[in-house]
Every structure is written in C-alpha cells, then in structure tokens.
Design a protein around this ligand. Structure first.
Ligand code: BG6
Length: 490
C-alpha cells in the first residue's frame, strides 16, 4: 500500500514563484502533498518574484491557479484553508541589495526549519540568486538549493552556473531537476532491471539487436516560440530527459540504491558515448520542424510565433533523432536510436529492446519475429514482452507473435503522484538520488555541444515534417540504412 510519510518542518522558497512552472507544476504538487497531510503545521511556502503582491492577493491568485490546473472539484475548502496559511509572497529584484535585506527579514523568524530554495527562474539568474542567499547567511547546513532545468545552454555556461552555485553551496546540497527521474515508470526501470535475474544475462550485445527510445508529444511549442528558438528539442529534451533514460537503460548494475552509486554508473555511460562528428552527423542524426497538419483530429498550425509576427525566423528543431553508440563491452555495436518531437501523432514515451533473431529457424518459410521488450512510460505505464507462439488449430505450423502484457494501472489501481510531487518530497527528505550531479550535466552538454557544432558546420537545417506524423523522412532513412525500422506502435 502507498504510504504518506510526513516530512520535517520546512520553509520552501520558490524564486519565480508566480511563473509558469510554479503555476503548472509546483503549486499543484505542493497542494496535493498537503492534502495527504505530509506537511507539519508550521511549514511555509514563500513565493519570490519581482512582482509586488500583498499576501492576501497572492493567496487568492494561488486559489485561481489551483482551480485552473487541478481536475475539477479537487480544490477542497478545508484543505485550501490549511494550505493558504503557509503561503506568502515577497517581492525581490535580485540586483537590489535592499531587496535582499527585506527578503532575509521575511524568511528569518528564528525557527530552525529546513530551508529549500527552489530556483524556477532563467538559468542566467542561478548564480546571482545563490550569491544573494549566501550573502544573507542562508547557505548554511540546513539549506538545499534546487536548480530547474536547463542548467545552462551549453557546456561552458553550465560550468559557469555550477561554479557560481558551487561557490556557495556544497554539491550535496544542490538538487538539479530532471522531472523524468521522478516519473514512476522511470524508477520502475531500475526495479525491472535489478529486481529480476531474468534480464541481466540478456542485457547487452549478446542478445539485443538495438534499443529505441522515443519521447513523443502531441502538443506543439505553444507560446514558447522564443524560448524554443534559443533552445530547440536537442537542448530542451535530449540533453536531459532522453539522456537520463539512456543512462538508466544502459548503465551497469550499481552497488546499491545509494545516490552516488547510481550516479557513478550513469556517468560511465555518458563517458562512453561516441562523439557525433561532422563527417557522420548527416547519417546518424535527423533534425525536424513541424509544419501544419492534423493532431487528434484537429487541424494545427506550423511551428512559429503565436503573436502574429512573420514566420521567417523559425530556425529551431522541434524533432531530433540520433543513432547513439556506446563504446563499452556490454553495448559495442548495439545502436541506441533515440527520438523526440513535438506535434507527433500522439503522446507516447517508451523504450523498446529488439532482440536478435533466432540463429536458425526450424519452421521452414514460416516468418519469425524477433522478441521485443517494450517499456511504456507514458501515457499508459507498463511492460510488454512479445513472444512467438504457435497458432492453434489445424492447417500447418503457423507462428504468431503475441505479447505478455503487464499494465501498472491495472495491477496497482493507483493514481500516481506527479513527478514533481515526488521530487519535491525527495528534496525535503534530503535524498539526492533522483537528481543530476554536476559531472552528469556537464558531460551531457559536451556530447550535445558536439552535435550542435556538427550541425552548424554541415549547415544542417531542420527538415519539415507534417504535424501528426512520426517526424521527418530523415529519421526513417536513418534506420532504413541500417536495415531496421522504428517500432511501429510508438
Ligand atoms: C519539459 C520540456 O522539460 O518537458 C517541455 O521543457 C516538454 O518542452 C516537457 O513538453 C515534457 O514533459 P512530460 O512530463 O509532459 O513528458
């Protein structure tokens, strides 16, 4: 049975407290955990932003935000009454020294609670905020600092941010978020791999032909056009979410669930990734941008600004596919095909392991399909293993591939907490296992920077794909060249 264990009293200070992430994810997540009575009476949530809002207006605003982002009727009067007592807002311009004095007075009430500083702002402010928090004497041994992704936009900027934050906070107090690590099925990957002896002997070049990781979204970029133009899908999705999935899939068994044991193994994978150089980039990557099309039966527009300005400056990719190779004993010659895109046919994240075909068929011309293990991460969570079986009845020996199906929804009949709920609770408990360590982030960027540089040198512009499809032609050609295909049901 799921159990809700209360956490020690805390002050959670959200920089960017009135921003998009706070509205969509953080406030709903905190409300849910409060609903399950995990917070002590004196725990507080403090929003920080440049906006000057009196506390009572802030509380009313939070109520509206919850009404908007939680399912209908979920905001309960009694729970909100309790939640609202924790809330306050402080206005701060991080460049203004007087502002920081006001900030200190607002936070410091003499009590000895855990202090979490959640930086849901532009990454360019991370260093400044860490400094400000340090200057007012809050970077002490009860403090934790959370950095929302992206940590920088390349290796150099990530290092600068890590140096600046690291000058004030020890590494063990820094929690770099990748919300995919908080997803239930991503953690289930560890359970499946290391809680069953069945898979380990098969996990590698001896039995696996190729691995496919897909993170597809049906949503478009929406009103984040300017952000996307500076980021693109490679930085927004691959550098973090997709690479984390790749690491957890490919890593060696860690010694324990201890955070550094897991992160050391992930690091080895990152260090074994073959760099993607200019001479190979056209063969092993595909870059796409969505055009108009139909998604979920509705017509949708091409990628571009939503403010009516002309669309002649749309340069970023909204889709990426990469054939990644890991130079290690286990994975040598096993390609990891990864892809992620917006405005794809449907939302679907999955990891597919295609096993090698049988070495010799005793069934004559009867076609045999290689076994396949599919881990579905979202929207439905489950595991499927396809096996060849004999079709019953007369008429010769006819073979058919059938799946063994495990659906987590059916098995547990549980509403999983959102990834942010879990991650916030892990920060409050002081457990960094589900967060990225400095070297992971920086190594990830080194691999990504090389791809961006190769694209630039090759002048490899995004290829248009139709909204509602599975990406540009190049992504299909990439697998075709290797005599393989993307797993159809993606
Ligand atoms: C975010 C990206 O990190 O992840 C978004 O910035 C993306 O562009 C989102 O839409 C996807 O998250 P999820 O949990 O919906 O798969």
């Amino acid at each position: 049975m799921a159990e809700f264990v209360p956490v020690d009293p805390f002050d959670l200070v959200i920089f960017g407290g009135t921003g998009d992430l706070a509205q969509r994810k953080l406030l709903p997540a905190l409300y849910h955990r409060d609903q399950d009575e995990q917070f002590s009476e004196d725990s507080r949530i403090v929003s920080v932003s440049r906006r000057d809002i009196p506390d009572d207006e802030y509380v009313t605003w939070v109520h509206e935000v919850l009404e908007q982002h939680l399912p209908e009727h979920e905001v309960d009067d009694a729970v909100f009454e309790r939640f609202s007592k924790r809330l306050s807002h402080v206005s701060l311009d991080v460049d203004d020294a007087n502002g920081w004095d006001r900030f200190r007075e607002h936070i410091d009430d003499g009590a000895e609670r855990i202090r979490v500083f959640y930086l849901a702002t532009a990454p360019s402010l991370f260093g400044k905020i860490a400094n400000g928090v340090g200057d007012v004497g809050f970077a002490d041994d009860r403090a934790r600092i959370v950095l929302e992704k992206p940590v920088g936009h390349d290796y150099q900027s990530a290092r600068e941010i890590n140096d600046a934050v690291g000058a004030r906070f020890e590494e063990s107090r820094i929690y770099r978020i990748d919300h995919y690590l908080g997803k239930e099925t991503v953690q289930n990957l560890l359970a499946l791999r290391f809680g069953n002896s069945l898979f380990e002997p098969l996990w590698g070049r001896g039995a696996i032909d190729n691995v496919q990781i897909t993170v597809a979204e049906s949503l478009g970029v929406g009103d984040r056009f300017d952000f996307y133009e500076q980021t693109g899908a490679l930085r927004d999705m691959v550098q973090n979410h997709v690479m984390q999935l790749l690491c957890l899939t490919a890593m060696e068994p860690p010694a324990s669930m201890d955070h550094d044991d897991i992160r050391n193994e992930k690091m080895k994978v990152l260090r074994s990734l073959k760099p993607i150089t200019r001479d190979k980039v056209r063969q092993v990557t595909a870059r796409g941008q969505y055009g108009s099309g139909m998604v979920d039966g509705e017509p949708v527009d091409e990628y571009g600004p939503t403010d009516g300005s002309p669309n002649d400056r749309a340069d970023a990719e909204t889709f990426v596919a990469i054939k990644a190779e890991i130079d290690s004993w286990r994975w040598r010659d096993v390609p990891f095909y990864i892809r992620t895109g917006k405005r794809m046919a449907r939302k679907s994240s999955q990891i597919v392991f295609e096993f090698k075909p049988v070495p010799h068929s005793i069934f004559g011309d009867e076609p045999l399909q290689a076994n396949r293990l599919v881990l579905s991460l979202q929207p439905e969570e489950g595991v499927q293993l396809s096996l060849m079986t004999k079709e019953p009845g007369p008429g010769g020996f006819r073979m058919r591939s059938l799946p063994l199906n495990l659906s987590f929804n059916d098995a547990f009949a549980l509403n999983y907490p959102d990834a942010y709920e879990r991650l916030l609770m892990e920060v409050l408990r002081g457990n960094p296992a589900l967060f990225m360590r400095r070297d992971e982030v920086e190594s990830g960027w080194q691999w990504i920077d090389r791809i961006i540089e190769s694209w630039r040198l090759e002048q490899m512009d995004p290829q248009e794909y139709m909204s509602g499809s599975w990406g540009p032609t190049d992504a299909f050609v990439m697998l075709d060249r290797d005599g393989r295909r993307w797993y159809e049901n993606a």
